[in-house]
Structures are given as C-alpha cells and as structure tokens.
Design a protein around this ligand. Structure first.
Ligand SMILES: NC(=O)c1ccc[n+]([C@@H]2O[C@H](COP(=O)([O-])OP(=O)(O)OC[C@H]3O[C@@H](n4cnc5c(N)ncnc54)[C@H](O)[C@@H]3O)[C@@H](O)[C@H]2O)c1
Length: 421
C-alpha cells in the first residue's frame, strides 16, 4: 500500500466537512456510482499505481474513491495552484488516498507536489492540462518505462499532448478524454458555462442584467458562458480568431467584434480561448474605469498580467479573489482570481452532475488502458466510441429518460442508397 506519510495538505481537521461535501456531490453522480459498484466487484485496476493530477474537488474525490475501489494505488496532486478544496484534500487522506495539494500554493510547491505524485512510479497517469505528463517527459524520464498509459481531461492538455506526439517525443499512449462527446458537449459547455458565472458572481456579487460581457473565444466553453450570461440579461459580445466560430456566434444571437473595439465598451471580460496574451496592454489602455477581468481558460496566461502590472501605480485586494489595479491615469481595473480559472478559484468548479459524465469517461478509459496494456502505440487516442455511447446511455437511464431504437427497416434505409423520391 501507499505510505500515508506521502501527503501534503493544508489542515487534516477539515476532513469531516470534506467528507460531507463529497457525499453530497456523489448524489449527483449516478454513472460514477454504477461504475464504483462494478469496480468493487471486478477490481479492474487491481494493484495498478496511478498518479492523478486533477482539480482537487468533491467530484474528483468521487473519481479517486472509485479508482481505489477498483483496486488502484492512487496518489493525487492539484492541476492548478488555486483550485484545491482543502477540506476535500483532508477527507481523501482520511479515506487512505495520499493528496499533495494546498489551495494557493506557489509554483515551486505546485511542482514539488507533482513530483511527489510521480515518486509513486505510476503505471497510469491522469492529467488535466498535461503538467504531470510534461514533467514526466522532461524531468522524470527515468520513470516513463513503467507507464502503461494515461488520460487527459482538458482541451489545453490535449493540445499539448498532440504537440508532444507530433514532435515524436510522446513515450506512451494517452486517451483524450476531453474529446469524448459526453465530455466536451456537456462539461465544457454547460459546466464551464454555469460555474464561470458562479465564480464571477461569488467573487464580485455583480448584477449581470444589463452588463456588457465580452467573451474571448467561442469554443465549447465560450458558448456555454455566452448562453448563461444572456440568460441572466447580459449583452454578450464575442471576440474570435476563427471565422466559422465567429459566424456561429453571430447567428446564435451574439454581437461579434474585434477585441480592440470591445475593449472600449465591455463591463466584464472573460477569456476562455486556451490561448496566450489574448487581452494585453493595448486593450487595458482602452478599457472603461471599473472593468472586470476574469479567465476561465486552463492557464493564467490568457490575460497579460505582467502588462497590467506595468500600467498600474498600485494594487490592493479589495475582496477575496478581487485585485484592484489603479492605473497611472487613475482608472481602476479589477482582476479576478489572479487570472486563474475563476470557476475553480472563486467557486467550486463544475457541478457534480456534469462531472459524472467526464469522470465516468476517465474511469472507463483507465480500465480500457489496463485491458489493452502493451497493444497501444505511444500516441493520443480518442475515447473509444463504445465508452462514449455507454456513458450517454447510463446518464439517460439515471435520469429516467427512454429513447427510441431504429427498426430493422429504418436501419437498412439509413445505410442504403437505392431509395429516393
Ligand atoms: N474552467 C474550466 O473548468 C474549464 C473546463 C473545460 C475547459 N477549460 C479550458 O478552457 C479553454 C477553452 O476550451 P474549449 O474546450 O472551449 O476550447 P475550444 O478549442 O473549443 O475553443 C477555444 C476557442 O478560442 C478561440 N481563440 C483562440 N485564440 C483566440 C484569441 N486570441 N482571441 C479570441 N478567440 C481565440 C479559438 O478559435 C476557439 O474557437 C481551454 O484552455 C480548456 O482547457 C476550462
């Protein structure tokens, strides 16, 4: 067994509060519950060493407990310095899962924790943003020989892994969980949509109705945020670099314009592009006094914070997760959650019901990796279609929703060319 000394958390006394919140989330995770019950009997991960780098939330805790039930020896670290729920970390340690994560940890501690997770000599890696896999491929290459495979949770992580693979440097097979339909269509859209609004509301207590909200990036996350902001009565402006997405944004009823123009009118700016320096010095210079800046993309590089610092004459924290920058010309700009993903920094991340599907994919893909041990190449694989469909079927079943099936006649018609007008 894993030595339970192998953990670093904020405060073990928070464990009972964390356990209750984990239990609450589990009520909304019926698909993961079904998998946990099966894993408890079949033990598909028996004796497998797993290092997981995920946001340490109640939903992640339920995934971790499911993998443990399946027989895995698991150690967990954070995939972002500001997303850890310290009570959840404490509860997991009590449940026998070593956690290395403290909310607000500095970058050196963040990487120390990743390295501690890797000291576990993983056979499977579970990553969200690819910091664990990147560390393994750069600083801990000696451990790669042990690894059977791994999974990646988010868009930015998948982009990094594909780049590693294209450079011919990826050393073991990985599954892009993010790209399952039962992941991005729900988690990225409805999960990020709701929880980003939740994070900004908790941090600021603003009224959304009547606000001009500028969303940079109309991908799956961006469209979810736009949908929810509109629902609250905001006037939504989208900025994009990709013409088809921009056109979709227009026809979905949003205003689309260049960020330089949007900078003059926006009350709230939300980056969710997975890109770097999307909002920079030229934009800060145009913004209205009082503009709020938040990011929900994976890394804290979407808003150019050093540029904001360079324009500022002073900075103070005015509320938790709200930094007021007073610029040299007297305007104030407000940066939320240090530019880190605001839904996890200032709120609780995605609701459990949507993480149920993302994490069912994770558990099933890890089981798949073990079954396929030795037969997969070192490249980035899609989630097998049967897993994606299974997750959708089980989720519908848990909601008590039935759908129709094709008749043999319809099945034939839909795959034939003979019948026309
Ligand atoms: N906050 C969360 O909990 C959470 C959840 C899921 C994904 N994410 C992260 O959110 C980010 C976006 O994910 P997604 O699934 O929506 O990705 P996506 O690829 O579907 O969409 C990103 C969009 O941003 C656009 N874009 C890129 N550079 C831009 C720029 N400079 N200006 C304007 N638009 C630009 C792209 O054209 C694309 O349409 C990623 O970093 C992902 O990892 C965060």
């Amino acid at each position: 067994m894993v030595s339970l000394k192998n953990y670093d958390i904020k405060d073990p006394s928070l464990a009972s509060a964390g356990k209750q919140r984990i239990e609450w989330a589990y009520r909304e995770m019926p698909v993961v519950k079904l998998l946990r019950e099966r894993f408890a009997v079949e033990k598909p991960l028996k004796g497998v060493w797993v290092s997981a780098c995920l946001h340490v939330t109640t939903e992640t805790a339920n995934l971790a407990l499911t993998l443990k039930e399946g027989g895995a020896n698991l150690v967990l670290c954070a995939s972002n310095p500001l997303s850890t729920q310290d009570d959840v970390a404490a509860a997991l340690v009590e449940y026998g899962i070593p956690v290395n994560a403290i909310k607000g940890e500095d970058e050196a501690t963040y990487y120390k924790h990743i390295n501690t997770a890797l000291d576990n000599k993983p056979q499977l890696t579970v990553d969200d943003g690819a910091d664990l896999v990147t560390t393994l491929h750069t600083k801990r290459r000696d451990l790669i020989g042990n690894v059977i495979g791994g999974t990646e949770e988010t868009t930015t992580g998948v982009i990094r892994l594909r780049s590693l693979s294209n450079a011919g440097k990826l050393r073991y097979p990985l599954i892009a969980v993010n790209d399952a339909q039962t992941k991005y269509l729900f988690d990225n859209r409805y999960g990020t949509g709701q929880s980003t609004i939740d994070g900004i509301t908790r941090a600021t207590n603003i009224l959304w109705a009547g606000k001009k909200v500028v969303i940079c990036g109309y991908g799956w996350c961006g469209r979810g945020i736009a949908l929810r902001a509109r629902g609250l009565g905001a006037h939504v402006i989208i900025t994009e670099v990709e013409p088809v997405r921009a056109l979709e944004a227009v026809m979905d009823g949003n205003q689309v314009m260049a960020l330089a123009d949007a900078s003059r009118v926006g009350d709230i700016f939300i980056t969710v592009s997975g890109d770097k320096n999307v909002i920079g010095k030229a934009h800060f210079k145009l913004m209205k006094d009082g503009a709020i800046l938040a990011n929900s993309g994976h890394f804290n590089v979407e808003i150019d914070i050093p540029a904001l610092e360079s324009l500022a004459k002073s900075k103070r924290q005015i509320r938790p997760f709200v930094d007021e920058y007073t610029l040299k010309d007297g305007r104030h700009l407000y940066l939320l959650g240090e530019g880190r993903l605001i839904n996890l920094a200032a709120a609780e991340g995605h609701p459990a019901s949507v993480m149920d599907m993302s994490f069912a994919n994770q558990a099933l893909c890890l089981e798949y990796m073990v079954k396929k041990r030795g037969s997969l190449e070192p490249r980035v694989y899609p989630v097998p279609d049967e897993i994606d469909k299974q997750v959708a079927r089980l989720k519908l079943q848990s909601m008590g929703i039935e759908i129709d099936t094709l008749t043999p006649e319809q099945r034939k018609y839909l795959t034939s060319w003979e019948e026309g007008t």
